[in-house]
Design a protein around this ligand. Structure first.
Ligand SMILES: C[S@@+](CC[C@H](N)C(=O)[O-])C[C@H]1O[C@@H](n2cnc3c(N)ncnc32)[C@H](O)[C@@H]1O
Length: 230
């Protein structure tokens, strides 16, 4: 259930904001086990690199690449502290990575890393938790395998939240996400040097499921996209 929401909501949203990937070099920052990297390669991207702070996740991604070679490259990199670029890319994606920044200072470090790795005119696409509404709090998205409980306020007046993801009927996996104020995201991206900054709504795969199925997630969106150009 939880995985299905990722495919039809997270992945769908990111792909909806990407044009033809042919001839594009894409950097996936905080790539985890490389799901997005493989998706970008499957969509025809010329070059795909995934970086993640976790050696365990990179090893996992590399093992999948060895078992089924697609040409994705992976590296262990801490996007918050790395001073050097790993390359020059047309597109840099972060999917639920900026959610680890609980302060503007930490967010700025991520923004600087994204900026550094883009070619002039390059695009940064970022999936974060919805910073405009708290309607997704509580059990409103439980039908899709998502539950959110509120934590403390962040220093900029945003908030932290615990995301509950079911593993089995009795077990769940929880992760802490931070949601800063919309103006904090805008300021950090523009301060990093980006020339444009926009929030865009999340999208849902309407072809496979009915409008009725997506009613709750469309009414209480839990995620939002930031698109910024260098
Ligand atoms: C929620 S997972 C998302 C993984 C992947 N983007 C996806 O959507 O499938 C967040 C990932 O960001 C990575 N991450 C967190 N902080 C990071 C940092 N400072 N630099 C690089 N990766 C980081 C974590 O190790 C984790 O794999």
């Amino acid at each position: 259930n939880c995985g299905q929401l990722r495919i039809e909501d997270d992945y769908y949203t990111v792909l909806a904001y990407l044009d033809d990937l042919k001839d594009q070099a894409i950097l996936d920052i905080g790539c985890g086990d490389g799901n997005y990297c493989r998706l970008f390669k499957a969509k025809g991207a010329k070059k795909v690199m995934g970086v993640d702070v976790s050696p365990h996740m990179i090893k996992f991604a590399e093992e999948i690449e060895i078992a089924n070679p697609l040409g994705c490259e992976y590296k262990v990199v801490d996007a918050e502290t790395e001073q050097k670029a790993v390359g020059q890319f047309d597109i840099a994606v972060t999917a639920f990575v900026l959610v680890y920044a609980d302060t503007a200072q930490r967010l700025s470090k991520f923004c600087n890393f994204i900026y550094k790795n883009l070619k002039p005119g390059g695009t940064s696409i970022n999936l974060i938790r919805n910073c405009f509404s708290t309607k997704f709090w509580g059990n409103s998205l439980e039908k899709y395998g998502r539950k959110f409980t509120m934590l403390d306020k962040t220093e900029d007046g945003g908030f932290g939240c615990t995301v509950h993801l079911p593993l089995t009927d009795n077990e769940e996996f929880t992760v802490t996400n931070y949601v800063l104020r919309p103006s904090t995201y805008e300021k950090c991206f523009l301060d990093a040097g980006f020339s444009t900054f926009q929030f865009k709504p999340c999208q849902t795969e309407m072809n496979k499921k009915s409008e009725e199925y997506w009613k709750e997630v469309n009414e209480n969106p839990h995620q939002i996209v930031i698109i910024a150009t260098k």
